[in-house]
Design a protein around this ligand. Sequence first.
Ligand SMILES: Nc1ncnc2c1ncn2[C@@H]1O[C@H](COP(=O)(O)OP(=O)(O)OP(=O)(O)O)[C@@H](O)[C@H]1O
Length: 362
Amino acid sequence: MSENKEKILAISDLDITFKTTAGPVHAIRGINIDLYKGETVAIVGESGSGKSVTMKAAMGILASNAEVNGGKIEFSYHHADGTPKTVDILQKDKKWIRRHINGKRIAMVFQDPMTSLDPTMTIGKQIMEGMIWHFKTPKKEAWDRAVHLLEEVGITDAEKRMKNYPHQLSGGMRQRVVIAIALACNPDLLICDEPTTALDVTIQAKIIELIRKVQRERGISVIYITHDLGVVAKVADYVNVMYAGKIVEKGKINEIFYDPRHPYTWGLLSAMPDLDTDDDRLYTIPGSPPNLLREKPGDAFAPRNQYALEIDDKLEPPMFRITDTHYVATWLLDPRAPKVEMPEELRVRIERMKKEAEEYED
Ligand SMILES: Nc1ncnc2c1ncn2[C@@H]1O[C@H](COP(=O)(O)OP(=O)(O)OP(=O)(O)O)[C@@H](O)[C@H]1O
């Protein structure tokens, strides 16, 4: 990784358990993620793999039954006078985080705009709120900035729209408003948690394009949480594939899409719909994610892995290095393991994706 890039977030060895009446749920089991200024990191994985919990930890908004067993979440930013500062979010209390971080330096866009918007408040007020609270921006100035933000996120007739309530807008428009609110305090980091899942496909593409545009123009960093590799392909520079609270494969976008090494990533890629597959033939990964209440020794993916080795039931695999940026946790990469290739159908599919990408570039 290049030396002069500015690291803004470093999650290291994060480990979280939830206390529940049924027993402890070991939801996050040692996670490492680095994020640099202006870049996009995607976290991808099935439901329950721990994507949202990881991000809630980064925002200091973990549920009260969460216990952090270890790790650090270092966030770097600049004070108004330009002095750089790095804090460990896990060491700060909720009040400090609300005052200094949330909505100000780190902003979030959730899946369902209806739950993140207040139905009883005009959208103008909702955009102005953060600026007034965090920066004591005078009302008139906050109003003007809110109008500009609405224009920036592609809402026409912005002055008029300021007085609308959320229910007067379409789903896509509401998500644009949520993005305007997120941008209102000029954050350094935008966390998008399935921001397009609730929208139909054509609107999805527009919202993704909008997030990319504001990122380019403002140079902010983005963490994109999704179960949809199709979305990842459009947005990410780096990808982390999560399974049962761990990162099982991480790499640059092309490393994950063109040279995947973990059988779980093979499964996710095979399950991704594209123009050439009809829905009936679409692959699904057999089995279901493990119950995190009952931890078993070894590789959590083993029961669903057709290539599982004996050692998988005994020991967790370490991260094997493929390149400086590409790491994979599967015993299949141990030099002693038998050589296993990705399924032929996936290999053909990847060849096709590569070719399509080359043609697109030409
Ligand atoms: N407050 C909580 N108490 C107990 N268990 C929790 C709590 N919050 C999350 N979990 C558990 O932690 C695990 C990870 O959940 P998380 O929401 O991060 O998954 P996810 O990958 O974001 O899934 P989805 O795509 O469905 O949002 C799950 O097993 C979930 O049930």
